[in-house]
Design a protein around this ligand. Structure first.
Ligand code: PHE
Length: 342
């Protein structure tokens, strides 16, 4: 048989075999028969040397065709059966990998719950800028020009080229001002946001944290409304049987001002770790909006009155979870914050 006939026959053989390959093993056997050094194609290459010179181009071309055919059949078979053999290798007795769904950060969850309760009581949500000016953060809120809270110790000032009164807001009360300047009473708003204070970082304080502010302005709003609103909120949020204590306090922007304590929801006033054995938890600062503030924001204090309150969200999260180091809420260690996935 001439080499040419041999190659034509080999092509038919390869073609036939291509239809019988049905596994990765078959593909490998095919390779070992045809595509290795001792395989059929290499044997033909060696015979090509003894072919007369004038026939070489033609037979060489045929040889190349047969080789290309064998190579592509092999490559296709590998692609098809490698995946199949991987599937066969799957061990269905292995434990599953488990889905790890993400969850909201405990601070976000808490803000959402707080806002949800106030929204159901008829409060809208308002937001304002983190970067404020002195007027919105202090002046309109009746802070005297020499009030110590403006001191560099507490406030982060922003290095703005032409102004020295730009700062990071130290409380969400700045949003009260913006809301009163933009809306006409009746106003019923809740204002969540991030605030900044130049404080040393410790287990109890961070330089950046969250507050929620509440504001209600209308005709005839009294201290009784303030008490009723805060108590209704706290009974829904913390403990439906809570008792309250309104202690007199001072804020420049409210008069009278108070701090609100609630009987500890954990020990019911008996004293425990969460309430530091006092039986009481401080839940917010509040008061009747100062007439100077109403006036500065374009609201007539002879016609309208209102109350405001504000509290820190991290403190709420710490009370509810028992986390006693505020920094844990910011380290994003999923072993800690993952425990509060709903
Ligand atoms: N802005 C006050 C603070 O940061 C909280 C507060 C808000 C008090 C509204 C009274 C009324 O401490």
């Amino acid at each position: 048989m001439s080499l040419q006939e041999e190659l034509q026959q080999l092509r038919r053989t390869i073609d036939d075999e291509s239809r019988t390959i049905a596994s990765a093993q078959d593909a490998e056997a095919f390779r070992l028969r045809h595509l290795v050094k001792k395989g059929t194609i290499q044997a033909c290459v060696e015979q090509l040397r003894s072919v007369p010179k004038e026939q070489k181009p033609q037979i060489g071309k045929l040889l190349n065709e047969v080789r290309t055919l064998a190579e592509s059949i092999h490559a296709n078979a590998v692609a098809t059966y490698a995946a199949a053999s991987a599937v066969k290798a799957m061990d269905v007795t292995l434990a599953g990998r488990g889905v790890r769904p993400g969850a909201m950060h405990p601070i976000t969850q808490t803000v959402d719950r707080l806002v949800g309760i106030f929204a159901s009581m008829g409060f809208d949500v308002a937001e304002g800028p983190d970067i404020e000016d002195d007027a919105h953060n202090f002046e309109y809120l009746n802070f005297a020009p020499d009030h110590p809270a403006r001191d560099m110790q507490d406030t982060f000032f922003v290095d703005a080229s032409e102004r020295s009164d730009i700062l990071l807001r130290t409380h969400t009360s700045s949003v009260q001002v913006r809301v009163m300047q933009q809306m006409k009473p009746p106003i019923r708003c809740i204002m969540p946001g991030r605030v900044y204070r130049n404080e040393a970082v410790s287990a109890r304080s961070l330089a950046e944290f969250h507050q929620i502010e509440g504001l209600y302005i209308d005709k005839g709003v009294s201290m009784a409304d303030l008490k009723g609103t805060i108590m209704a909120f706290a009974r829904r949020f913390y403990d439906e049987n809570a008792e309250f204590r309104f202690r007199t306090s001072f804020f420049p922007f409210t008069e009278p001002s108070c701090e609100v304590d609630m009987s500890c929801f954990l020990c019911k006033g008996q004293g425990c770790r969460i309430c530091k054995h006092s039986g009481w938890l401080e839940i917010c600062g509040a008061g009747m909006v100062h007439p100077n503030v109403l006036r500065a924001c374009g609201i007539d204090p002879d016609e309208y009155s209102g109350f405001a309150f504000g509290f820190g969200v991290e403190r709420v999260v710490m009370m509810l979870t028992g986390i006693d180091d505020i920094r844990m809420l910011y380290e994003n260690d999923v072993r800690i914050i993952g425990q509060f996935a709903p």
